[in-house]
Design a protein around this ligand. Structure first.
Ligand code: PEP
Length: 256
């Protein structure tokens, strides 16, 4: 049975607090208090989280963070702990985004520690995996994603998890305005699903996981992705900064 779609906005480091608040207010107005057919998650940067959490009170729109550190407290200057995210009422957290893997040298091991920290602290990790252009050209797209996924999920106690979201994001299309073909994404989703079935069981995969696509999705391309049986939603970057675009994507998801 198709799962309820989930649409996640990743606003990256694009908005100051006042701009974030404006965008959230617009989205609440446009989406209504209850996007019932679709799960909608907003991931602002850390600073506005507290403010956004208050704005989302009483709505069905959920709050997520863009990153997490794996220790609960201590001498880790500049880091944000799971407890802090809980205090801001975050339910979701993006882990292992390609921009963090590339720009901040996050390794598979670090991603794994973050996934474990999220699950142990009742946060739903959105685990990003995906190949670079060079890896795809070398015929390694499946092996790269498989390695990232197995590493990210190592020693994760599924029975502690509320849910786990896997975001397949081909790195080379992020921010280009040109997504991969929906069938291409679906092929990778088949692979990811098969891997989870082997690692756990089809029943556990079905209970705990949603597998989504991310990479230059906009309101025009969204339906073509959501039509694919195994694509449970999308992680949206650029288009999530524009009210009409993001609302269009959520509405497209509501049709499937
Ligand atoms: C992303 O960075 O996760 C992403 C999907 O970005 P965009 O939609 O801009 O390609």
């Amino acid at each position: 049975m198709p799962k309820k779609k989930i649409i996640i906005a990743n606003w990256k480091m694009n908005l100051i607090e006042a701009e974030t608040v404006l965008l959230v207010k617009e989205l609440i107005k446009e989406l209504g208090d209850s996007p019932e057919k679709v799960d909608v998650v907003l991931c602002p940067s850390f600073i506005p989280l507290d403010e956004v959490s208050k704005l989302l009170e009483g709505t069905n729109i959920k709050l997520g963070a863009q990153d997490i550190f794996w220790e609960t407290r201590g001498t880790y200057t500049g880091e944000i702990s799971p407890r802090m995210l809980q205090e801001w009422n975050c339910e979701y957290v993006i882990v292992g985004h390609s921009e963090r893997r590339q720009n901040f040298k996050e390794t598979d091991e670090m991603v794994n520690k973050k996934v474990i920290a999220a699950v142990e602290n009742d946060l739903i990790p959105i685990i990003c995996v995906g190949e670079t252009k060079a890896e795809r050209k070398a015929g390694k797209k499946k092996s790269v994603v498989k390695k990232q996924l197995l590493a990210a999920l190592k020693n994760v106690k599924l029975d502690r998890a509320k849910e786990i979201i896997i975001a397949y994001e081909p790195v080379w299309v992020i921010g280009t305005g040109k997504p991969v073909k929906p069938e291409d994404a679906e092929e990778m989703h088949v692979m990811v699903r098969g891997l989870l079935d082997k690692l756990y069981t089809p029943a556990l995969r079905d209970k705990y996981f949603r597998i989504i696509y991310g990479g230059s999705v906009d309101s025009k391309s969204a339906s073509d992705f959501f039509k694919q049986e195994l694509i449970d939603g999308s992680l949206v970057g650029g288009a999530s900064l524009l009210v009409n675009e993001f609302v269009g994507i959520v509405k497209a998801a509501a049709n499937y």
